[in-house]
Design a protein around this ligand. Sequence first.
Ligand SMILES: [Zn+2]
Length: 302
Amino acid sequence: MRSSFFVSIVLAVVSVVAPAAAKLSVVTTTQDPAAITRSIGGDRVTVTALAKGYQDPHFLDAKPSYMLLLHNADLVEVIGLDLEIGYIGPIVAGARNDKIQPGQPGFLDLSQFIQPLEVVAVADRSQGDIHPNGNPHYWLDPENGRAMARGIAARLAALDPGGQALYAANLAAFEQTLTAKEAEWQARMAPLAGKPIITFHRSWTYFTARYHLEVAGFVEPKPGIPPAPMHTLGLIKLVRARGIKILLVESFYDRSAPAIIAEKSGARLVAVASSVGGDAGVDTYFDLFDRITAELERALRS
Ligand SMILES: [Zn+2]
């Protein structure tokens, strides 16, 4: 019922969009590259993200409506590093679109533009839902956003040479804003440098590396494994012993375990978007860091 409703919506969207065939049709797996692509592509592109920022980006159903979207796409952008391993393969294959198959110009794995952290030599599933080629949550370092923007601009120009000047100008504007914003975020985060925090998932590796926070523990006992009582108890002790002030939780995770830890330890629960679209008002890549830094600043002050 729900998926057929979805398909009909998508069909309606496709038929509306179809006449404007001159625009480059871009589909991204998450809203972060979608926001950056909109900034670079302007009105020469239409951009759709499969996973919304309020959904867990590791898990998505490979819906037929997604294949339909990709069937008409000129470019597919993925985060890579196995973030989308559970669904991207079947969706791209099922789209029956030669242009967007891996290896083709219409398939862009954005992880090639960044330096991955937490690359592990041996993948062992007993360690939880780990990503052997590196942590895929790299969009949470604004400098990686710059690298993504450059890679996206180059690919848009290659696929649509007529838009080259516009993409270059939009990239320059994006980078200029980013540089100014980075100074602002740096200043906001400076009081938190060196401070230990607890996070829910291992999503904040790049963010905490950029701003020199120490991640002292995770609400998940292992990546992708839900909270367990003994582990939660251990965290309460750790937070008390080290006087940890902040419990950082991605907006889409269940807050019951973090709420218990906060209540029993006195730490502040900061539930915040970890992607564009993860909270109301977080619509651009810049909004994302504006929100995260403001929430952390507020938690530290209170
Ligand atoms: Zn992850």
